[in-house]
Design a protein around this ligand. Structure first.
Ligand SMILES: [Zn+2]
Length: 363
């Protein structure tokens, strides 16, 4: 990210042909931030996907989005999600964390690139803000994608629609975030903006920010489908209405990015869900309708109308409908968001992360 824009655009096709290129394109000017990374980070020489045009990523999580709702509502009911499928790369057969199909565990996975359990797990088995932190939960500091971006001078935002995410904000705030030992000291608070508000208000804030001074990474949580699912049943008419409402918010984001030449050339949008759901709940991690989620990418550097499993043939196993373990070739998981975001921004993987270390190809 933050290469001189003209150089980055001119060099883009060449880089893409080269596949995972570790070498910057000839003539590409590095910003001071890139220079800082190169001089101070041992991970800076890792191979990266070729996407130097990406200056900012908007990552969206739609809480409780069962992919069946996208199929059922079709293009008419979910035009934005179908726009992402048609113009971007995606699958409606991605997976949650294996252990749990609940909100806080899966969002922690998305932001840290970790499973719930095991020695590399983030340890969040609870689903409410218990007043604690990730460090207290696991006994060691757990970094997220916000650490990687913020410690390299980038700006970060988390637009939340549930107060349980106060747990994550606290884990990475000025008191609990890790000291920044990469380049210049950008402080311990890894989230420049953490906002708890309704979905439309949060998206309005995000759009204003995108138009004025886009954050390097913005994470947007849209809770409508989960809220309606608990009240009226997942896949019920009220739930489907809530999916339409979430789609409208996604549509606002796509329209703003797609309608602004500068944003369009430098922004990638990533979208997944924490879990699906059918009937009264989404809590059984053995049920396909709970553990199957969409995973979509759209914007600069993303293939048009591509199936993510086809793009990653041999590296990701299309899992059919079965529940997948963490052994062997992996399906695409919602926990890949963290390292997809850092990869798109040409930054190192999240320290301690497990998911997407081999870098999902989105084109
Ligand atoms: Zn729920």
């Amino acid at each position: 990210m933050h290469l001189a824009r003209t150089a980055a655009v001119a060099a883009l096709s060449a880089i893409l042909l080269a596949g995972c290129a570790a070498t910057p394109p000839p003539g590409a000017a590095s910003s001071p931030r890139s220079a800082t990374v190169a001089s101070s980070s041992p991970s800076a020489a890792r191979t990266t996907s070729a996407d130097d045009a990406v200056d900012q990523v908007v990552a969206i999580s739609i809480d409780g989005l069962n992919p069946d709702a996208i199929r059922k509502l079709g293009t008419a009911g979910t035009p934005a999600l179908h726009r992402m499928l048609a113009e971007g790369a995606g699958t409606l057969n991605a997976r949650t964390e294996r252990e749990l199909t609940r909100t806080l565990p899966n969002h922690t996975g998305m932001l840290t690139g970790r499973p719930v359990g095991g020695t590399a797990g983030h340890g969040v088995t609870f689903n409410e803000d218990n007043g604690s932190t990730l460090r207290k939960t696991t006994g060691h500091y757990v970094a997220g994608m916000f650490d990687v971006v913020h410690d390299r001078g980038g700006s970060t935002a988390f637009y939340s629609s549930k107060d349980k995410f106060d747990f994550l904000d606290r884990s990475w705030d000025g008191d609990h975030g890790a000291p920044d030992r990469v380049g210049a000291d950008d402080g311990r608070d890894k989230l420049d903006r953490y906002v708890l508000d309704t979905e439309p208000a949060n998206v309005t804030r995000l759009l204003a920010r995108l138009r004025s001074k886009p954050d390097d990474v913005s994470f947007v949580h849209l809770a409508e489908p989960d809220t309606a699912g608990h009240a009226s049943g997942f896949m019920s008419p009220a739930y489907l209405d809530a999916v339409r409402a979430a789609d409208r918010q996604v549509g606002r984001i796509l329209a703003t990015v797609g309608g602004d030449p500068a944003l369009r050339k430098h922004t990638t949008v990533v979208l997944t869900a924490d879990h699906g759901g059918r009937g009264v709940s989404h809590d059984d991690p053995a049920k396909a309708f709970d553990y199957t989620v969409p995973f979509l990418a759209w914007g600069v550097g993303v293939a048009r109308g591509a199936d993510l499993y086809a793009l990653n043939a041999g590296r990701r196993e299309r899992p059919g409908t079965r529940r997948t373990s963490y052994a062997g070739t992996q399906p695409i998981r919602n926990g890949e968001v963290a390292n997809l975001v850092t990869d798109l921004l040409d930054l190192p993987d999240v320290p301690g992360s497990v998911f997407n270390r081999t870098h999902l190809l989105v084109r």
